[in-house]
Design a protein around this ligand. Structure first.
Ligand code: PLP
Length: 432
């Protein structure tokens, strides 16, 4: 599509956008009474308008049924996770039995590594991306130490080439092949939180399996953002948080995926708890753990009903949109528009003030653009916030902006770039 750098054009794209009305289903934060242009869905998605009533429903059940709420009411808590599983399966491209909402993300990463990182004296290495989200780095280092290995020996990080910001798929695949004899696990982010790069998940999975390793993904920045086919891509396990692109609220419940091919593996270790026990026998309270079939068997503690209610409300907005297909179509266009407008800003300024490090290729990115602000980055970012544009800042010099197809408009994108230009003109002269 040929884009134009003017408000009327942006508004005409909004009029043609079949998902534009969904914006009204979300609540926007305000500054001095004016709603922010919210570009921060990569960090915390907006509150769905319906979230409150989903929570109220469960508060009412608690009020009216109390302990009987576990088995009574229109959505007994004992089975409430099943209401979500079908919807979650759509988001990540899995069968409903392969997914389950539980815990929080880093906790699930640990639990899944207990099952899927099973090092031996010869195979104990883990390959991951350099610059992975810190929580993942800490989790992996501590898992390695827990098994008696030194992270320096056991963790292989694939880094960008000198002078580049993102990874080349060829380098990832080569690192996997080069270490194939000692490799236990390939653990990658789906999309890197800092650069916004979407990795070639099917290729990485195939290479990992070819090397004889298990392959897992942290989908914090990918789930609800890009189309995923976890089952068909033959990924072994994955986990994600629900509060970024999936709008389930701060600290929202996480989701896990376990490929069904692992369901019958009786040798697999897990850190068990009563909620992973066979559902129909759970309340016999017997000695000796027997796992419930499917991903549900990885549950540990009793269902977190209120966080699940929030996730339920948000998943329903995805259902209303027609799930990821239509959302991705709009997302590609929204982000391409932002990409175009930022290059227009540079053109007008006459120098490259903003360097986008997120790959431009559609199959290598999601909604987010990570933008290095060459001069006065932090000041530019703060001025954007003062001018009602809420993105986020990552040290040392990156502004992350994420137009989200559920609630952002083409007008939002236009106004963001327009204010970037005005602010840059005010703050920066080319000599600086
Ligand atoms: C956001 C994010 C997390 C956060 O983990 P929590 O356990 O939910 O706090 C972890 N990993 C990645 C890759 C993330 O992007």
């Amino acid at each position: 599509m040929i884009f134009e750098n003017n408000l009327a054009f942006a508004q005409s794209l909004d009029r043609q956008d079949p998902l534009h009305h969904l914006r009204a289903d979300f609540l926007f934060p305000k500054q001095h009474g004016t709603p922010f242009i919210y570009m921060c869905g990569n960090s915390l998605g907006l509150q769905p308008r319906a979230a409150r009533s989903y929570v109220d429903q469960q508060l009412n059940n608690w009020e009216n049924l109390a302990v009987e709420g576990w088995f009574e009411g229109e959505t007994p808590w004992m089975y409430y996770h099943k209401e979500l599983k079908g919807l979650m399966a759509h988001i990540v491209g899995a069968g409903p039995r392969e997914v389950c909402p539980m815990n929080t993300l880093t906790v699930n990463l640990h639990l899944l590594m207990v099952s899927f990182y099973r090092p031996t004296a010869t195979r104990f290495k883990i390959i991951m991306e350099a610059g992975a989200f810190p929580s993942d780095q800490y989790a992996v280092e501590s898992q390695v130490r827990f098994h008696g290995y030194d992270p320096k020996d056991a963790i292989i990080e694939v880094a960008p080439r000198v002078g580049e910001a993102t990874l080349q798929t060829a380098d990832i695949l080569a690192a996997i092949a080069d270490n194939s004899e000692q490799l236990a696990l390939v653990l990658f982010g789906g999309i890197n939180y800092f650069t916004g790069q979407w990795f070639d998940m099917p290729a990485i999975t195939k290479a990992g399996h070819h090397a004889g390793a298990v392959v897992g993904f942290d989908l914090a920045h990918a789930a609800g953002n890009v189309p995923l086919k976890l089952h068909d891509w033959d990924i072994d396990f994955a986990c994600w948080c629900s509060y970024k692109y999936q709008n389930a609220g701060p600290g929202g419940i996480s989701g896990i995926f376990v490929h069904e091919k692992h369901f019958s593996d009786k040798s697999s270790d897990r850190f068990a708890g009563w909620w992973g026990y066979q559902e129909q026998q759970r309340f016999k309270m017997e000695k000796g753990f027997i796992a419930e079939a499917g991903a549900d068997g990885w549950q540990v503690s009793c269902t977190q009903v209120i966080p699940m209610a929030l996730y339920h409300a948000s998943l329903k907005t995805f259902e209303k949109a027609g799930f990821i297909g239509p959302l991705r179509e709009k997302s590609l266009r929204l982000t391409a528009y932002l990409y175009y407008l930022i290059s227009e800003v540079n053109k007008t300024l006459g120098f490259e003030q903003y360097k986008i490090i997120t790959p431009s290729a559609e199959n290598e990115r999601g909604a987010q653009l990570s933008i290095i602000a060459k001069y006065k980055g932090k000041e530019v970012f703060q001025a954007l916030v003062a001018n009602n544009i809420l993105g986020d800042w990552r040290e040392p010099d990156v502004i992350r902006l994420s137009p989200v197809p559920l609630y952002n408009s083409f007008e939002d994108v236009f106004l963001t770039a327009e204010r970037m230009l005005t602010i840059s003109k005010e703050l920066i002269t080319p000599k600086q």
